[in-house]
Design a protein around this ligand. Sequence first.
Ligand code: ACO
Length: 328
Amino acid sequence: MAKNIKIIGIGSYLPEKVLTNADMEKMVDTTDEWITERTGIKERRIARKDQASSDLGLEAAKKALKNASLDPKELDLILVATITPDMFFPSTACTIQDKLGASNAAALDISAACSGFLYGLVLCDSLIRQGQYKNILLIASETLSKITDWEDRSSCVLLGDGAAALVITASDSEKEGILASSLGAIGSAGKLLYLPGGGSRNPATEETVKNRMHYLKMQGNELFKIAVKSLVDSAKDVMKKAKVKPEDIDLFIPHQANLRIINATATRIGIPSEKVFVNVNKYGNTSAATIPVALDEALQAGRIKKGDLILLDAFGGGLTWGAILLRW
Ligand code: ACO
């Protein structure tokens, strides 16, 4: 059985269309100054009308497979973390399996909102180490613009679209892979961030459309407090499990929801700003995709080298949270 997992390929895809804060000023009652000060976001990417999450995920997956030099037929499993699937079923993972020609792979979506990528990475780790699968394609893909209420200034300025994918395989090395992980959920706080319409609770009717129930609803203020606490608690939990101190961490990649949340979390954990990866200014919150997109950009920027210790940390709708300590 494999001792560990190894990430052998990574790729990301961000839609070409850029929506700046100046553009947002023309859409809702807001200002570049307010958005920048409160969130750190300057612009976000928006998928085309004809692009669904599987289209974004497919582009990222192709890059990751090329990067890994792996034939799609060698994949045993495809996992897609998303809260904006193309449709309830077939899963977005099945759609991508077909488009890739990955005919030997099982396929399944993960619904854990912004923590979905970390939930997926923990699943990959245990499935591979148990010997169940050898090669897994883990994708995070979101088109939040499709469930955004473009009349609600308190949420629409925060969200964006994007995707990233990782090819993960079995490794016998004890020097790389996941050192510790921590996942959790606070179901009782689910109503702080949710999509009320379209499911079996409130199937689509004229009424649900009129009441704007097919858009994401968010209580930003309350979420902010829980976000910082859960990000700090889960980071401390994995550091304790792996007997690691904040100064041992080479790069901190937190979920990119809001610069103030990122800074407050890093300060409380004790990680200096030069070790914190930030790209929320360019893409806003792309839910499950923020961490793998950031990981890809950090690698391309030369901010990760062999043997580095990376702390991944997320929270999101559900509410869900998770942290992973990864040795590169
Ligand atoms: N432009 C101008 N004013 C605004 C805007 C805007 N875009 N949005 C809200 N305001 C106003 C409010 O109406 C309020 O006005 P009032 O005082 O007259 O009532 C004022 O600004 C302050 O509002 P707050 O909500 O208190 O502002 P806050 O400093 O908390 O910032 C924010 C709001 C940015 C939403 C923040 O709370 C936040 O980031 N929360 C976390 C949200 C989050 O991370 N959500 C994603 C979770 S992940 C996922 O799964 C998608």
